[in-house]
Design a protein around this ligand. Sequence first.
Ligand code: IMP
Length: 178
Amino acid sequence: MSEFTQPNLRVLLSAEQIRVRIQELGRQITEEYAGKSLLLVGVLKGAIPFTADLLRAIDLPVQLDFIAVSSYGASTKSSGEVRILKDLDASLKGLHVLVVEDIVDTGLTLTYLLDNFRRREAESVRVAALLDKPERRIKEVAVDYVGFPIPNEFVVGYGLDYAERYRNLPYVAVLNPE
Ligand code: IMP
C-alpha cells in the first residue's frame, strides 16, 4: 500500500500550499534582512524539509547550521527541561540567527533555545516556524515568521513524525488513530 495515501491521513496542507507559503516567507525574510547575512539554524530532525526549502527561498548570503534537542517525556513537560543532543558547529557571536522550527506547540523547546542562543551573544535571534499551534502554548514565545497557524490536532508529514514515521510525506496531514 502507498505510504502517501493511507486512510488514517487527512491532508491539512498540500505540497503546493506549503511551497507557495515558503516562497512568500523567503521574500519577506530577504526584504527584512536586506544588506545583512544570516545564519539559519535548523532544529533536527523535524525541520529538515522546511529548512532545505526556506534556505533556497532566501536571496541573501546565508550560512547553515543544525542543533538537535531531546524531546522531553510527559513527566518533565511542564518543567520545560530540554537537553542538547547535538550542538551547533560554530559560534553565534555577532551573527543574525534565524531559528527554523517545524512546529511550535507548548513553546517549551523554543523558549529554551532562544535563551540559550541569546547567551551566546548573537547579534539578533528570530524564529521561523512552518506550523504554529497557539492553543497549546504553555510558554509565551514570539514566533517572527509563521507558515501556517493550525488547530490543536496531531499532525505528521513534511518532516513531522509519529514514532519516527511519516516524515517523508510531501504534505502535512492530521493523523487519525486507526
Ligand atoms: P513544543 O516544545 O511543545 O513547542 O514542541 C516542539 C516539538 O514537539 C516540535 O518540534 C515537534 O517535534 C513536536 N510536536 C509538537 N506537536 C507536534 C505534532 O502535532 N506532530 C508532530 N510533532 C509535534
